[in-house]
Design a protein around this ligand. Structure first.
Ligand code: LLP
Length: 417
């Protein structure tokens, strides 16, 4: 049998998959470090901080990598707060976003001493005041603006339009800044906007930034001192070779510099996908080939519970057989074992013929892959491996059946209660 040697961060994926049952995720630490460095280089000369959007890939080892390179965190839950702190990200580098922060989460974040709350509603603003007052601490807050900009991305990951649930209008934000008296324990001293994800054009970014810069000038003229402007995340990556054309990070940096040239405070960036997507692959093996009337299904052992993006957003991920055999090319619908038609990784994909047992790699799966996985169809959570210049470490082992059902109780417990 011919075995190809596909190296990822110096690790032979065939050899790795011979040691570890599929499916599993593999991430390149070097690729993540390169992205961090590239973004940091771009921001050179600016007073700017990177707060990695933890939701993109929340594995503790990935967060540790961020911490070690001076990257902070953008969190949206107490769970993400705990993960970030545990990974060594200082609370003073953590910003807390999200429309549904609960009182308990606000308490926990204030006690931890997070840097900033990105506040999305009036109700949340007053809750923040109430909790901060009760705890005797000062909360630093930014208002999340909804700049009503169309990010030109998939509607399910677009967040900056008026009809989306995120942020408030400039009119409402203006009003919030006049509430100082009613908010003695909240320092409302920042602006925030995040208009969507997988954005491939600079224009929507420029418009959202311009909107914040104009508003910041207006506020400064009215005597409000802003300390931070958070431009959110959203930088897109290449999923489909020759099809997606991502923004060069240098151009993004140039727009930041141009738009915020007269802003005296700190800029915050919340990239998620851009830092980790291309650093990850999902390895899977073919279970069988199933021929039907007008198509051929390649059934693999990974499924939508492991990588939800194709099912949820019709997202494209390249699927690359690693068997290295010289085979004719055939068209496959690559599907998982889950009982849903949407459990499909690719339709009508032309690729070298495969047979049961062949290894395949689903690329650019480092962001919103493992972090969105579930145990649907009672499939235990998939392992994650970190690769680093020829070495590898399992950073999450496969969930066991017992772990998967831990916490469930037998019916008798309540039937007899
Ligand atoms: N900041 C906030 C407030 C966010 O809501 C998000 C992502 C980010 C930053 C990071 O955005 P990024 O740089 O990763 O584009 N599950 C979807 C993506 C959902 C993004 C949600 N918010 C996907 O798989 O495409």
């Amino acid at each position: 049998m011919t075995v190809s040697h596909h190296f990822f961060d110096g690790v032979d994926l065939q050899a790795l998959a011979a040691q570890m049952p599929t499916p599993f995720y593999a991430y390149s630490a070097s690729a993540i470090r390169q992205r961090i460095a590239a973004l940091q280089d771009t921001l050179e000369g600016l007073d700017a901080r990177i707060c990695y959007a933890v939701k993109a890939n929340s594995n503790t080892a990935v967060l540790q990598l961020m911490a070690r390179h001076g990257v902070g965190a953008d969190i949206v839950s107490a769970g993400e707060l705990r993960r970030s702190l545990r990974a060594g990200i200082e609370a003073s580098r953590i910003v807390f976003s999200g429309v549904g922060k609960t009182e308990a989460e606000i308490v926990e974040a204030l006690q931890a001493g997070v840097w900033k709350f990105n506040v999305e509603s009036r109700d949340e603003l007053f809750l923040l005041q109430q909790v901060a007052g009760r705890l005797g601490v000062t909360a630093h807050a930014a208002v999340r603006i909804n700049p009503d900009v169309d990010a030109g991305t998939h509607e399910k990951i677009s967040t900056g339009k008026q009809e989306n649930k995120f942020g408030v209008s400039i009119e409402e934000a203006r009003e919030w800044f006049s509430l100082r008296e009613a908010l003695p324990d909240v320092r409302l001293n920042g602006l925030h906007a995040h208009i969507g994800s997988q954005i491939l054009s600079l224009e929507p970014f420029r418009r959202a930034m311009q909107c914040m810069a104009d508003f910041a000038r207006e506020l400064a003229a009215a005597g409000h001192r802003l300390r931070t402007i958070d431009v959110g995340g959203g930088l897109g990556v290449t999923y489909r070779t020759g099809h997606d054309r991502p923004i060069a990070v240098e151009s993004y940096g140039a727009v930041l510099k141009e738009v915020f040239t007269d802003f005296p405070g700190t800029l915050i960036l919340e990239p998620g996908r851009w830092l980790v997507a291309e650093a990850g692959v999902l390895l899977t093996r073919a279970i069988r080939v199933k021929a039907a009337a007008n198509r051929t299904f390649l059934v693999v052992d990974a499924a939508m519970n492991d990588l939800l993006r194709p099912a949820m957003y019709e997202a494209w991920h390249e699927i690359v057989p690693l068997h290295g055999k010289q085979m004719r090319e055939v068209r496959y619908d690559v599907v998982g074992p889950v009982c849903e038609s949407s459990d499909t990784f690719g339709v009508d994909r032309l690729m070298p013929e495969c047979e049961a047992g062949d290894l395949l790699m689903i690329t650019n799966a480092g962001a919103y892959g493992a972090s969105m996985s579930s145990t649907y169809n009672s499939r235990p959570l998939t392992p994650e491996v970190l690769l680093d210049r020829g070495r590898h470490a399992v950073i999450r082992r496969r969930q066991t059946f017992e772990e998967m059902i831990a916490g469930e109780c037998m019916a008798e417990a309540w039937e007899t209660a």
